[in-house]
Design a protein around this ligand. Structure first.
Ligand code: C2E
Ligand code: CA
Ligand code: CA
Length: 808
């Protein structure tokens, strides 16, 4: 290898070092031998550090396995180059996306090493953003033009049609409904021979610049078009879908060549790869082109004189007959049918029947057929994938819908159980998506066993499962499913404790449409989660639109002024000092008729109705007044107030907080704001801007319920939060068997790594407390320290609790 290095320097020398593209030379055992400045900058390492390292040491764990395989293939000479878009992790923890191409370097006696080129994609991704904006303009154009057609397909959270422009509908001859119902329909709209290339381009990370396609209208008309597929990415660079733009090049009919004269026709059909048949009005074959031998093994003479209506798979004969019937003079109709090869194998053929009976030069039906068995296999595979969850192989939402539609047709009673797994999101965040996905597979296995044989188990989303159970034994099934979560799930020898909540909706009592049942089961599931109830059966009282909620909402409007609201305060204690340093303000509503209404019940209503604005204003005002009172009494405690997504989207919110603090003469550092990941992820750009403004005011922020959402690592790092609050569900069984210790430890590590402090909520016993001390958690909150207390009771607690005693 040193020789190669020298040879390389001689050959490339200066060019290598000065290139803007990152370049590296690796030895046969995958060690870096040499890297240019651009590469060193990309991965954030010096040459000294790189020497002795292998690409795997720099690469995000998600890509390592694929990398090792790709490199091995290149070294074995099975592939000329290994090209991949992947993430490097720099020593400072920053992640960069790069496109990497690795090739084998050959010496006189075979491979001597590898040469890799790496381009930083973060900039390219920026450029793609612009392209995406440009595409939006294109979409406008596409709406107005027949010659440009646009199609978007989404891969996550499930395979779905994202958008079809009017031009696309004209091109495919299918309705928008058909496209939305079946995302793979687009494949069937193109000529079978073009399907493999189209499928490859759609799922390819690096699709070709231009792909010629023939679209086949249901009536058989063929349109030639040029197309381009562009991957759609999310902010982390992961591919989430594909966008296809189609430029209609020219509209040509299949039979055009046939019409243009006898001589040309003959030579065309004689040499065509398609099987061409000329068929009389009664279906008798008068001519068969030589291609029939390659396709089906028959001699043209074998076929002439036979009747097309008596050939083909018996099940497909009506379709063949119908195609001939439908093809009016000069029109083409396409049909797919099965026919036996001379040697017996069944082949799928795609035929276009063109009626030229009236044409004096032809006086026959022209049938153009070709073997599409492989294209069909591909479509079938895609269709199968469209109905299945890739990771677990279970049916997805579409698959589930299909399964239960049989029951709804028979009007047989069944129940839909929707099961949400909590904890998977956190595991994905901390250990990577691939790890969480594997864990999801073990969850699926256990659910499969628990659901029993008669039930259909489906995976609707990342941490969202559904079970359809025939009959009325839904509660027994729910119990069995919940029992499956009593033991931790083990992955790579490490136990993970996950939690589940279940919502049930029954057919036909709770609805007759599968989609409605799924939504209602989801509503019940959310109620189960909020009430920590395990399983909740849907009832109309759960509907947000129910009369009860509307009445509650109406009453809430007045509650603010009527003095029915109060704040209770729950102490937060530091583990370093073992002393209380602040409290969290939790809203309480004493309804004159219903008694105390839990915040989980009315905050979401307020959030949706816009009433959250005056409500939060009231809470901030009351908390600030309380702070002023405590300060006057010589008590130095901070108060944390919960805020919602709407608050963060409200541009006036930061200024309103500042005004309130000023009015009461309270230092901004004493008023904390707790926001959830969900609040941030709802509209990240606006939320981050609001957070920055609040942090600039000197108001500390706390990231609440951490681990329950889907926030990306990148946002956590970008948010100016002082504290990360570990959700109670990870703390709950921390001590019991230590199963969630892994997640909790990782979140604490993450917080410390980013220079934030970590606080655990929901600490209910001494065992959890000591475990958190061991894990180096900074602070705790929970019933073990104190329940949320009204101001007077808090006074009392401050006077008597050891947590509030003056430092020893
Ligand atoms: P949160 O912000 O996660 O608040 C913590 C919840 O956990 C509180 O429920 C608290 O009483 C409860 N809790 C505290 N320690 C323990 C414990 O050791 N074990 C258990 N099992 N639970 C514990 P609460 O008061 O019912 O509030 C529920 C949620 O309602 C809060 O969740 C918060 O999201 C929302 N909320 C409460 N007050 C307000 C408010 O003023 N504004 C807004 N926007 N949301 C609020
Ligand atoms: Ca909170
Ligand atoms: Ca919380």
């Amino acid at each position: 290898v040193p020789e190669t290095d020298e040879q390389l320097s001689a050959r490339f020398g200066y060019a290598f070092d000065m290139a803007v593209t990152g370049m590296a030379v690796l030895s046969l055992d995958h060690r870096f031998v040499r890297a240019n400045a651009a590469f060193r900058k990309l991965v954030g390492r010096s040459m000294e550090e790189l020497r002795g390292l292998s690409p795997a040491d720099l690469t995000h764990p998600d890509h390592r396995a694929a990398d090792a395989e790709g490199i091995a293939r290149v070294l074995r000479g099975e592939q000329a180059a290994y090209v991949v878009e992947k993430r490097y992790v720099r020593p400072d923890g920053r992640v960069v996306w790069a496109r990497v191409a690795a090739r084998r370097v050959d010496g006189e006696d075979g491979a001597v090493g590898m040469f890799a080129e790496a381009t930083d994609l973060t900039e390219v991704l920026g450029v793609r953003e612009e392209l995406r904006a440009a595409n939006d303009r294109l979409r406008l154009l596409a709406e107005m033009s027949d010659d440009v057609a646009l199609f978007r397909m989404r891969f996550v959270p499930e395979l779905a049609t994202g958008y079809v422009s009017a031009g696309m509908l004209a091109l495919t001859g299918r309705s928008a409904e058909e496209h939305y119902a079946d995302p793979t329909l687009i494949l069937e709209c193109v000529h079978p021979d073009d399907r493999p290339a189209l499928a490859a381009a759609m799922f390819d990370k690096d699709p070709p610049e231009s792909l010629p396609l023939r679209f086949v209208h249901p009536d058989g008309a063929v349109v030639h078009a040029d197309s381009r597929a562009t991957p759609i990415r999310d902010e982390t660079g992961a591919v989430t879908g594909v966008e296809g733009i189609v430029y209609v090049a020219a509209r040509r009919e299949v039979a055009e060549a046939v019409r243009s004269g006898d001589a040309r026709f003959r030579s065309l059909v004689q040499n065509a790869t398609d099987v061409v048949l000329l068929v009389t009005e009664d279906g008798v074959v008068g001519y068969a082109s030589p291609a029939i031998t390659t396709h089906l093994g028959y001699d043209p003479a074998d076929v002439v004189g036979s009747n097309v209506f008596d050939t083909g798979h018996p099940e497909d004969r009506p379709a063949i007959r119908a195609a001939f019937d439908k093809a009016g003079p000069g029109r083409s109709v396409s049909v797919e049918y099965r026919v036996a090869h001379r040697e017996g194998a069944e082949r799928w053929m795609h035929g276009v029947v063109t009626n030229l009976l009236h044409d004096p030069d032809v006086r026959a039906y022209v049938v153009n057929s070709r073997d599409v068995t492989e294209g069909r296999a591909l479509t079938d595979e895609l269709r199968r994938r469209a109905f299945r969850d890739e990771g677990t192989g279970l049916p997805n939402a579409l698959g589930l819908r299909e399964a239960v539609s049989a029951w709804t047709q028979e009007e047989a009673a069944f129940a839909l159980l929707r099961l949400g797994v909590s904890g998977l999101g956190a595991i994905a965040e901390v250990f990577g998506h691939a790890h969480a996905e594997r864990l999801a597979c073990t969850v699926a296995e256990r659910l499969r066993a628990a659901a029993g044989d008669g039930a259909v188990l489906a995976r609707i989303g990342f941490d969202d499962f559904a079970v359809a159970a025939e009959g009325d034994g839904a509660t027994a099934v729910a119990d069995a499913l919940l029992a499956a979560f009593e033991r931790p799930f083990v992955l790579d020898g490490e136990p993970f404790q996950l939690d589940a909540s279940i919502g049930v909706a029954a057919y036909p009592g709770h609805g007759t449409e599968p989609d409605l049942l799924l939504r209602r089961a989801q509503r019940a599931r959310r109620a189960a989660e909020e009430r920590h109830a395990g399983c909740v059966v849907y009832s109309t009282s759960l509907d947000d639109t129910s009369a009860q909620s509307v009445a509650l909402l109406g009453r809430l409007r007045d509650a603010i002024g009527a003095g029915e609201l109060a704040l209770h305060y729950q102490p937060k204690v530091g583990l370093g000092t073992s002393r209380v340093y602040g409290v969290e303000a939790l809203l309480r509503w004493q309804h004159p008729e219903h008694g105390s209404v839990p915040p989980d019940r009315f905050i979401p209503l307020a959030e949706r109705s816009g009433l959250i604005k005056p409500l939060t204003e009231w809470v901030v005002d009351t908390a600030a007044a309380q702070l002023a009172e405590w300060c006057a009494a010589g008590l130095r405690l901070s108060v944390a107030v919960n805020v919602t997504p709407r608050n963060l989207q409200d541009a006036a919110f930061p200024a309103s907080v500042a005004r309130t603090l000023e009015a009461y003469g309270v230092a901004p550092s004493l008023l904390w704001l707790e926001l959830t990941e969900r609040a941030v992820m709802t509209d990240p750009d606006t939320a981050v801007a609001a957070c920055v403004r609040l942090a600039d005011l000197g108001v500390p922020l706390s990231l609440d319920d951490f681990g329950t959402g889907q926030s990306s690592f990148a946002y956590v790092a970008a948010l100016p939060v002082s504290e990360i609050k570990i959700d109670g569900r990870f703390v709950g069984d921390l001590a019991a068997d230590g199963a969630n210790a892994g997640i909790t430890r990782a979140i604490i590590g993450l917080a410390h790594h980013l220079g934030r402090s970590a606080i655990a909520e929901g600490v209910e016993d001494d065992a959890a407390l000591s475990r958190l001390r061991e894990l180096d958690c900074d602070a705790v909150q929970g019933y073990h320290v104190s329940r949320p207390l009204p101001p007077d009771a808090l006074r009392e607690w401050l006077a008597t609790s050891p947590w509030a005693a003056p430092p020893a």
